[in-house]
Ligand binder design. Sequence first.
Ligand code: SF4
Length: 400
Amino acid sequence: MAHSSGYKQDKSKSATQNACGDDGLAVPLHPVYQFKGRGANLHIAHRFSKDEREVYDDGWQEAESEDERLAPPVTTVRYEQSKSAIFYNDSPDIPFDRSINPYRGCEHGCIYCYARPYHAYLDLSPGLDFETQIIARGNIAELFRKELARPKYAENVQPIALGSMTDCYQPMERKLKLTRQIIEVLHETQHPFFLITRGSAVERDLDLIAPMAKAKLAEVCVTITTLDRHLARIMEPRAPTPQRRLQTVAALAQAGVPVSVSIAPQIPFLNDDMEQVIQAAAQAGATSAFYTILRLSWELKPLFESWLQQHYPERAQRIMDRIRDLRGGKTNDSRFGVRMHAEGIWADLIRQRFYKALRQHGMNLTSAGLDTTRFQPPVWVQKTAQMPSRHDVFQPDLFE
Ligand code: SF4
């Protein structure tokens, strides 16, 4: 098999067709090759790209050592000067109307991540770029404060979701502390919020989150898709282990924070231990849970198929067939009402299993609710301090 890759322009074939083409089990355009500690194994072209990569053997491959070939691409972080902090939505099947996300891209690198296709808007690949080229919204806390200070904001305060798009406690948060800066603003203004994460670094901010939880201003959701360490290792390569995430659930619960567990996404014939996850989360102190069923939008489909072929070739066809069974013959169905939980007999079966497990462990579907009446608008004064340039790029040192 050829391992080297060359680069050529091919405008006769659209990148969209290559990345998201027909619904058969695609043979990847690139060699299936796993980088250590990374989820995607493709630098897949995104749907807006006019260029694509073509694999060919240039004869150099044999000269490379095994270590060189397995060396994972490094993570880089680039600062962005955002124009707004709060993102509003009116989707009828999302339980919040506003959210805030300090990062674009996510180093956790979950292969099924629904945020991957959004990296295409940055002219970056939803494959490896998504998990190696992270955009940090360096001015987000200041912008957030400015938006909360607008007189109109106080007329309709609702809980805000933190980290609903990409993980707000992904590895570089330990160094950059953008999420902590946002929580400091939330704390100061007594603004209700809930956050969702796979990251154990949320424990660092318990000094702010716990008192807010006590005042019904904060809730946390920890995502645990499986208890299978091997599966989690390859499916969510840079997220904490499932057992470590259970410790985070316990730490939050012991600090008095209402904790829910997300077992999303459910992937047929892959993470079939939903009941065990709910049981373990309940024992750790989680009081509510929710799930979604995998859907494969845009570039996610070829990325996921390629990953399946590499790690579970004997099950790949069965998994893809069942995903289609859940979505009326397609791998994606974005209609409100069915996009989260799919439809048909297999979707009903998952739903029944989920509710039965919830009942068995005395868990709820929703949390107790947050207090929206305590909000105090902040004082906002324009800062003149020099923010990092959008061209500032650095490689985080995870061992600092
Ligand atoms: S932790 Fe969340 S945002 Fe990050 S890659 Fe996984 S699913 Fe995507």
